[in-house]
Ligand binder design. Structure first.
Ligand SMILES: C[S@@+](CC[C@H](N)C(=O)[O-])C[C@H]1O[C@@H](n2cnc3c(N)ncnc32)[C@H](O)[C@@H]1O
Length: 497
């Protein structure tokens, strides 16, 4: 597309509301649009850079000695405008490239549009940081408000509805509704194509197409946010502790029970948690697709997979569907294990999956399977418990010399070694583990240390391979039991060297 047509396409695209079908048709031009935005950024950056050189002032930088304000308020309007344009277009690129399905996980770490809006008016970094925090909790609170009153389901999938009609339909005060809706619009959620008429955009429409997503949002508002807020009180109260009932979750939910025990007694929260887990799985970063591509499952042939702590059977359903020679046994606590998803599957698939009540703090009852899968399990537990869970799999694993233990979990990167957005999402997971379980996400060395602690007189667990599929927030670790008892021929070979 020639440059002129590109910028025309971009202008048209940006002028249309997300709900507009023509705009949806324009989605395939999205990367062309990003290219055009980049051209604008380049020109703005050149204006700023020339100004800094001409005034002999430092260029924008993250250096600790960099000034709090790089472009002084006295700078000419053209330079101020260029700065504002740069911030706004950076946010536009971020919005265009972020998938609607990434809205909730990204809400936990930043609000790009609001960030740019504040940035433009708040050159002071401390003021900027505080303003962003206020924006983030307001965004989440407003989203929770909309989900609580089931407002999103009353907005037509195509077309608009007035604030008055929507307030009547949902029984909420119109002025509160308008303030809440206009707040979330600043984070690219809902839109107002004509004054006082609300409509869905691509992000908010997801909330009415998939009921797990508003449940996930409710879980964030009612559970994740209060637990994060109670973190300081928990640290104040218990300091260094790895007890499962001395966490921010215990402070926030006012309970002495560890999370999973509390969950099994609270049907409302258990339902929200199951919804949350389903939504987490439907998010690209934690999609089950990465489980399928992270290991050579086809190479297992007609094997048995034991899905330890397999919850709703989703991992096993995905595996059995993609690899028709596999059979799976899904294990979980008696109150948690659910075959609800299994019942919905065709017989040809469900007949290859069975469920079994099992507590992983006791020895593994299914001996000699080909694969023992621990997906999103290790991160729930502090080291001593994690080692115990692994030790309980050891005898069963050793019963089949070709068996693998597949551990799929987040492996934390070193600070700054990956993009800030990707790193922040992983650090959210780390903090969630600390605040809920006194556990944590681990770095690679910490996983290797855990595996090496699981040993007997004949050998120990070793990490054989690690794969992080593109786009996955988690890595697939292939762990095997390695014997330290060598055969006579191996010893002879060793002596010969
Ligand atoms: C974070 S979920 C992961 C579920 C599943 N593996 C997945 O990838 O979606 C952790 C699971 O561990 C289960 N769990 C917790 N304590 C357990 C125990 N003592 N024995 C067996 N399963 C347990 C929970 O019930 C929950 O289903």
């Amino acid at each position: 597309m020639p440059a002129e047509a590109e910028s025309k396409a971009l202008m048209l695209f940006l002028a249309m509301p997300y709900s507009h079908t023509s705009r949806r048709r324009f989605l395939h031009h999205i990367y062309v649009d990003i290219h055009s935005v980049f051209q604008g950024q380049w020109a703005a950056a050149e204006i700023i850079s020339s100004y800094c050189s001409s005034q002999d002032i430092p260029h924008p930088s993250f250096h600790p000695q960099a000034p709090g304000v790089t472009i002084p308020p006295s700078a000419p309007n053209a330079v101020q405008n260029a700065r504002q344009k740069l911030v706004a277009s950076a946010a536009a690129v971020q919005r265009l490239a972020t998938e609607p399905a990434d809205y909730l996980p990204h809400l936990a770490i930043h609000v790009c549009l609001a960030r740019s809006a504040v940035h433009v008016h708040a050159p002071d970094p401390a003021f900027l940081t505080l303003s962003l925090i206020v924006l983030q909790y307001q965004q989440l609170a407003c989203l929770g408000w909309l989900c609580h009153f089931d407002v999103l389901a009353r907005i037509p999938r195509d077309g608009t509805i007035s604030y008055s009609e929507l307030a009547n339909a949902t029984g909420v005060p119109k002025l509160q509704l308008r303030s809440v809706a206009r707040m979330v619009m600043t984070s690219n959620f809902l839109c107002e194509p004509t004054p006082n008429e609300v409509a869905h955009n691509a992000v908010s429409a997801l909330f009415i197409c998939n009921s797990s997503i508003p449940n996930w949002a409710r879980f964030m508002v009612k559970f994740s946010a209060p637990v994060a807020t109670a973190f300081a009180e928990a640290t104040e109260k218990w300091g260094v502790t790895d007890k499962k009932n001395e966490t921010a979750f215990n402070v926030a939910l006012k309970t002495d029970l560890p999370f999973f025990n509390f969950l099994s007694q609270s049907s409302g929260l258990a339902e929200s948690f199951a919804s949350y887990m389903r939504s987490v799985q439907s998010n690209y970063g934690t999609s089950l697709k990465h489980l399928l591509s992270g290991f050579d499952w086809a190479g297992v042939g007609e094997g048995v997979v034991v899905d330890v702590g397999g919850s709703t059977c989703s991992s096993s359903i995905a595996l059995a569907e993609a690899f028709p020679k596999l059979t799976c046994v899904v294990e979980d606590l008696p109150d948690t294990i659910s075959d609800r998803l299994l019942i919905e599957q065709p017989k040809v698939l469900s007949s290859r999956i069975s469920t079994k009540a099992y507590d992983f703090f006791t020895p593994q009852p299914v001996q000699g399977a080909d694969i023992y899968l621990l997906r999103m399990i290790m991160h729930d537990w502090p080291a001593a418990d994690a080692i115990l869970i692994l030790k309980n799999q050891l005898e069963a694993l050793k019963a089949n010399p070709r068996a693998h233990l597949i551990v799929m979990d987040t492996v934390l990167p070193l600070p700054g070694s990956i993009s800030a957005v990707e790193e922040a999402l992983l650090r959210v997971r780390d903090l969630t583990m600390i605040q809920t379980f006194n556990s944590k996400e681990r770095e690679l060395g910490e996983f290797e240390e855990l595996f090496s602690q699981v040993k007997d007189e004949g050998g120990c667990l070793v990490l054989r391979d690690i794969v992080k599929p593109a786009g996955s927030l988690m890595s697939v670790m292939d762990v095997v039991y390695e014997s330290n008892i060598h055969s006579d021929s191996e010893i002879e070979k060793g002596l010969a060297h």
